[in-house]
Design a protein around this ligand. Structure first.
Ligand code: COA
Length: 389
């Protein structure tokens, strides 16, 4: 039985800052951000958007009545959780109208959370072939104004329905993982901003990639020639280029060229959104599937997931016949193209706004929320209240 991604959708807030304009006010050569880091636009979350509302909106873009009846597990990967106890999955379950006899919970390991959800969903469907699982990766990446991490911020969510006999992407069951206790990136419970040792994180990412690729190759006897394309966790899009160059150091020209030829298609969405942490790898996969030429049925794609701290995993899957009919390119392009550009002053003002932390109540203005979307409406008696406009 094949198990994999039957539907995939994404959501990002409807406002962004242009990276060249951000570079100007930071006194940096714009090419550093657009070429050196590889980002063009950066999504900025308003006060009424958080991981929960964005996760719900990504799910609302793909779920139909049958999904709502058949989903019996909701897995919410995030490192931007909004409550130490209650999971974002419970709110998403409610906001999306999934039948009530479902389990819902949250998974955390930096940017690996959504992959943890995928692995768990595979096991669940293997035991319950008729069920469907909703896996979400939703995050706001924040390092703060005037920090080295600033150009690698972003916000957004990816939602996937996993099932048996999937229409889009069937996952292979032979991944290779690695865990090591390192401190390349972390966010203490008291801090709104992540702490990152950027250079060390880049090095760790690539050394984890090399290690798990080695184990994967040995386990499966597959090599680069068996892959049509590769997708990577993308803290910023230049990272995939470094990753491909690392894996193809000793490859023949044909393999190296083929794998690099898909790179531009696999970063189209990430380049316009920024880092979405746990959803980033899956946003890159979606970008490849929607923005690239149609891949032949059975083409194998390798995926590298990396969650700082750190866990890395290399796994793979094959594209299904007619997968292009089951993705929604027009919808996703329109989501990106109808966003509002913020001035750099507006971006800075929004970045400095925060929800109250002293237990006071707040009603959040919903004038800017698009009809039919989930949003954070209020905090009342210490509880977040979400609504659909
Ligand atoms: N034109 C073109 N490229 C330029 C340039 C210019 N004018 N100026 C600099 N660059 C290149 C650099 O050569 C470098 O490329 P390289 O990485 O291929 O060597 C790149 O731009 C970045 O420059 P650098 O000086 O290394 O930037 P930085 O010290 O400001 O830090 C990050 C960049 C990405 C390390 C930093 O933004 C960061 O830590 N982000 C967070 C990353 C993260 O989230 N990690 C955890 C999850 S995996």
């Amino acid at each position: 039985m094949n198990i994999g991604i039957d539907k995939i959708g994404f959501y990002t807030p409807d406002q962004y800052v242009d990276m060249e304009k951000l570079a100007e006010i930071r006194g940096v050569d714009p090419a550093k951000y657009t070429i050196g880091i590889g980002q063009e636009k950066m999504a900025v979350a308003p006060l009424h958007e958080d991981a929960v509302s964005m996760g719900a909106n990504a799910a609302l873009s793909i779920l139909d009545g049958e999904d709502r009846e058949k989903i019996d597990l909701v897995l919410f990967g995030t490192e931007s959780g909004v409550d130490h106890s209650k999971s974002g999955a419970v709110w998403v379950h409610h906001l999306t109208g999934i039948q009530e006899n479902a389990c819902s919970f949250e998974l955390k390991q930096a940017c690996y959370g959504a992959t943890a959800g995928i692995k768990m969903a595979m096991g669940h469907i293997a035991l319950n072939p008729d069920s469907k699982v909703l896996v979400i990766g939703a995050d706001i990446a924040k390092y703060g104004l005037n920090t080295t991490g600033e150009p690698t911020q972003g916000a957004g969510a990816v939602a996937m329905v996993l099932s048996s006999d999937p229409h889009i992407f069937a996952l292979d069951n032979d991944s290779a993982a690695l865990t090591k206790d390192i401190s390349d990136f972390w966010r203490p419970l008291y801090s709104d901003f992540a702490f990152v040792d950027g250079k060390y994180s880049n090095e760790s990412y690539l050394s984890f990639l090399k290690a798990v690729w080695g184990v994967y190759k040995e386990k499966t006897q597959r090599d680069l020639k068996d892959f049509e394309a590769l997708c990577f966790h993308l803290p910023y899009t230049k990272m995939a280029k470094k990753a491909i160059l690392t894996l193809t150091e000793e490859a023949n020209e044909e393999d190296a060229e083929r794998l690099m030829s898909h790179y531009q298609n696999s970063i189209v969405y990430n380049k316009q959104v920024g880092n979405v942490y746990t959803g980033a790898l899956y946003l890159s996969l979606l970008s490849l599937l929607e923005q690239g030429p149609e891949l032949k049925e059975g083409s194998r794609i390798g995926l590298f997931s990396y969650g700082s701290g750190a866990v890395g995993e290399f796994f793979s899957g094959v594209v299904q016949a007619d997968y292009k009919h089951y993705i929604n390119k027009e919808n996703n392009e329109s989501l990106l193209n109808t966003r509002r550009e913020l001035t750099t002053d507006e971006y800075e003002a929004i970045s400095e706004k925060a929800l109250p932390k002293d237990g006071s109540n707040i009603e959040i203005n919903n004038d800017q929320v698009v009809e039919g979307r989930a949003y954070l409406a209020a905090i009342q008696d210490n509880l977040r209240k979400y609504a659909i406009k």
